[in-house]
Design a binder for this molecule. Structure first.
Ligand code: NAP
Length: 297
C-alpha cells in the first residue's frame, strides 16, 4: 500500500486571496464613505526580526490601499513616552488601528500597553475587553495569528462543526483564542499545556490539531490521527551544521506529512496569515468606529 502525503495548506496563497478581497473592500469604503483605514505601528528598539515584521506590515498595508503610519523609537525610550504615544494614537481620529510590535524592551510593561490601547483600535486583539468578548461569543477584534489558524482550517475543511480539535499551548496570544474560535465553529475542543499528561494520546484523537508551543519538531507522526488537519503555529530557529539557522515549526513535518490529511508548512503557513489578518482587523476596526457593516469576506 502506498501512503499518501498530506495536502500542503498554502498559507501564502490563502493570505494573498484575503488581501485581494480586503483591497476591494478598502476601495468600496473609499468610494462609498470617503474613508481610508489607517494602521499605526510602533516599534521600540531595533530587534532585527521585529524590523522585518514591521517593514512587511507597512508594505502590505499600503499595497491594499490602507494608510501605514510607522513610529520607530530608540530602545532606551522611557516607558512613559511609549504610553504617551499610545494615548495620542488612541485620541487621533486619523488612526483606526494601533499595533505595538512585541517584544518591547524589558523596562517597558507589555501588559500596560495592551491595556492602554483603546479596545476599538486594538487590531492585535489582545486587550482584555476583546479577549472577554471572544470568550463571551460577542463580536470584537480577535488576535491575528489565531484568526489566521482558523481561516486555514476552514479553507481546508470547510465546515468544522462537530470535529474534535486539540490545541497544544494555552497562551493568551495563540492557544486560548484559537480554542475560543474553534469552539465558536462548533468543534469539541481540548487544550493541552506543559502539565498535560499523555499529550500524544490526546492529540491522536484530533481531527484538527493546532501546535502552538515553541518546541521544534515536538509533534511526531504517532501523535497524529490518519487524515487529520494539522496547523503548525511554531516558529523555531534551529542551528544547522552549515552555521545558518533554519526555521522549523512545532510539528515534525517530515514524519507527520505521511499520516496527516493536510498540514500547514513552516514557513509559508500560519505566518503569512498573521499579517493578512492584521489588515482584516484594521478594516474591521475602521468599520466599527464608523458604524459601517463589515463586508463579508
Ligand atoms: P508561549 O506563550 O511560550 O506559550 C507556549 C505554550 O506551550 C504554553 O501554554 C506552554 O504551557 C505550552 N508548552 C510548553 N512546553 C510544552 C510541552 N512540553 N508540552 C505541552 N505544552 C507545552 O508561546 P506562544 O506565544 O503561544 O507561541 C507559540 C509558538 O507559536 C512559538 O513558536 C511562537 O514563535 C509561535 N508564534 C507564531 C506566530 C506566527 O505568526 N506564525 C505568532 C505567534 C506565535 P504552559 O502554559 O503550561 O507553560
Amino acid at each position: 500500500m502506498t501512503s499518501q502525503q498530506a495536502v500542503r495548506i498554502d498559507g501564502k496563497a490563502i493570505a494573498q486571496n484575503l488581501r485581494d478581497q480586503l483591497a476591494k473592500s478598502v476601495e468600496t469604503l473609499q468610494k462609498d464613505h470617503d474613508i481610508t483605514p489607517a494602521l499605526a505601528v510602533v516599534l521600540v528598539g531595533a530587534d532585527p526580526a521585529s524590523e522585518v515584521y514591521v517593514r512587511a506590515k507597512g508594505k502590505q498595508t499600503q499595497e491594499i490601499g490602507m494608510k501605514s503610519l510607522e513610529f520607530k523609537l530608540p530602545a532606551d525610550t522611557p516607558e512613559q513616552d511609549v504610553l504617551d504615544l499610545v494615548e495620542k494614537l488612541n485620541a487621533a481620529d486619523s488612526v483606526n488601528g494601533i499595533l505595538v510590535q512585541f517584544p518591547v524592551p524589558d523596562h517597558i510593561s507589555q501588559q500596560k500597553i495592551i491595556e492602554l490601547i483603546s479596545p476599538d483600535k486594538d487590531v492585535d486583539g489582545l486587550h482584555p475587553m476583546n479577549a472577554g468578548k471572544l470568550a463571551a461569543g460577542v463580536e470584537g477584534l480577535v488576535s491575528c495569528t489565531p484568526l489566521g489558524c482558523v481561516m486555514l482550517a476552514k479553507a481546508q475543511l470547510g465546515d468544522l462543526s462537530g470535529l474534535n480539535a486539540v490545541i497544544i499551548g494555552r497562551s493568551n496570544l495563540v492557544g486560548k483564542p484559537v480554542a475560543q474560535l474553534l469552539l465558536k465553529e462548533n468543534c469539541t475542543v481540548t487544550i493541552c499545556h506543559s502539565r498535560s499528561k499523555d499529550i500524544d494520546q490526546i492529540c491522536a484523537r484530533a481531527d484538527i490539531l493546532v501546535a502552538a508551543v515553541g518546541r521544534p519538531n515536538m509533534v511526531k507522526a504517532s501523535w497524529v490521527k490518519a487524515g487529520a488537519c494539522v496547523i503548525d503555529v511554531g516558529i523555531n530557529r534551529v542551528a544547522q551544521a552549515s552555521g545558518k539557522d533554519k526555521l522549523v515549526g512545532d510539528v515534525d513535518a517530515e514524519q507527520v506529512r505521511e499520516v496527516a490529511g493536510s498540514l500547514s508548512p513552516v514557513p509559508g503557513g500560519v505566518g503569512p496569515m498573521t499579517i493578512a489578518c492584521l489588515l482584516h482587523n484594521t478594516l474591521q476596526a475602521t468599520c466599527l468606529q464608523n458604524d459601517i457593516l463589515m463586508p463579508k469576506l
